[in-house]
Design a protein around this ligand. Sequence first.
Ligand code: ZN
Length: 241
Amino acid sequence: MNTNSNALQVGPIDAIVVRKPIKNLHLSVLPPNGKVRVTAPLHIKDDAIRLLLATKLVWIKRQKAKYETQERQASREYVSGETHYFLGEPYRLEVVCVNLPPRVFLKGKDKIVLQVRPNSTFAKREEVLMSWYRAKLKIVVYEIIEKWSKAIGVQTNAWGVKRMKTRWGTCSQKAGRIWLNLELAKKPIVTIEYIIVHELLHLIERKHNEVFVRLMDKHIPKWRSVKEDLNRFVLAHEKWN
Ligand SMILES: [Zn+2]
C-alpha cells in the first residue's frame, strides 16, 4: 500500500501523521505512552491536519489523562485479589507469606498463588512471578516452535524470551534468532502462535511484503483477526469526515 509518515507538532502535542489511500482522517491516542497518531488521506496537507489537531486538543489531553489513570490502575502491587492473566485467562492472585523458598503455582481453576517470604518487597514479588511466567512461556514456545519449524520448513539457531517495551517479537534472519516478549505469557495460545509464525516466516522473508503476507495467509489464514485482538488495546479513536 502507498503510505508515508511524518511528525507534526501542535502546541504540546507531538503527532505522527500516516498518509494512506483512505477517505477519512482518523485520530488515535495510543499506548503505551499516549502517542497521538493521525491517519490521513494522501492529499491532505500538514496545515489542514494541524488545524484539526488544534480543534481536538482538549479531547486529546483528556484521552491522555484517562490513559495515565488506567496505567496507574493497571500497575501491579502484587497483593492478594489482583487479577493477573495467564495464557489469555484471568486468575486471582493469592499471596502467601511463609519462610520458605519463593514459588508460584496454580490453585484450582482460577488462582495463581505467589508464595514469598514475609516482608518481601514489591520488586521481589514481581521478580518471582515474572520468572514463573518466563518458565511457563518457554514450555509453550518450545512446542510451538517445534511444530511450526517443521510445518514451515525453517530452523532457528536460537530463541529466547525477554522483556520488550514496544514489540511482541523480533527476528534476526542473519543469526537465525528469535526473541519473544515475556508479556506473551499473558496472551492466548493462538496469539503466541501467531507471533511465532510471523517471526519464523521472517527467516524466509525479512520484509512485510506480498511474499510475506502470502506466507502468513497460507499458514495462519485467520492471522488478521488475531492481530486485531492483540492490538485492540488502542485507547481512544475518533473519526473525522
Ligand atoms: Zn515482522
